[in-house]
Ligand binder design. Structure first.
Ligand code: TYD
Length: 140
């Protein structure tokens, strides 16, 4: 399998449907994003200064959106780190499998919406960074 790179991850612009009474952004499977969504979850009420994530997924694809407020996503492929500031509900960060991620710098009241390509599977997680580095080196 090809080694994952942080450069395979990218911010995408999501469609905005402007309306006088507000905006709507619609995300459709295989149209807006290149995978089919099997699970949605969201983080909220994250205390200021708290961080989340601190893990990698072996096969999961995700689109991460700041549905409200802002936070930073730090992606790390074991060699290179990229930091993305998410602060627009019409932008999403596509995260490919095999990338270590951390989320921090949550603004008060922020909502981190995640669209995921698979159901929750504890076996898909790598929670120890050293284990991630070993897995990453061997996953070629
Ligand atoms: P986790 O993915 O570890 O969140 P973070 O890395 O942001 O801290 O999930 C936190 C807890 O929630 C963990 O005990 C597993 C549970 N969980 C589910 O049961 N289903 C899910 O879809 C997710 C994302 C988490």
């Amino acid at each position: 399998m090809k080694r994952s790179s942080v450069y395979d991850c990218s911010m995408i612009e999501l469609p905005i449907n402007h309306r006088e009474r507000g905006n709507i952004t619609v995300i459709e499977n295989d149209i807006t994003i290149s995978f089919a969504v099997r699970r949605i979850y969201y983080l909220y009420d994250v205390p200021g200064g708290e961080s989340r994530g601190g893990h990698a997924h072996k096969t999961l694809r995700q689109l991460i959106i700041a549905a409200s407020g802002s936070f930073d996503v730090i992606l790390n492929d074991g060699i290179i780190k990229r930091i993305f500031v998410l602060n627009r509900p019409y932008q999403g960060l596509l995260v490919t499998p095999g990338i270590w991620r951390e989320l921090d710098n949550f603004s008060s009241g922020s909502v981190c919406l995640v669209l995921a390509s698979q159901e929750y599977d504890v076996q898909d997680y790598i929670r120890e960074y050293e284990e991630f580095l070993t897995w990453e080196k061997n996953d070629i």
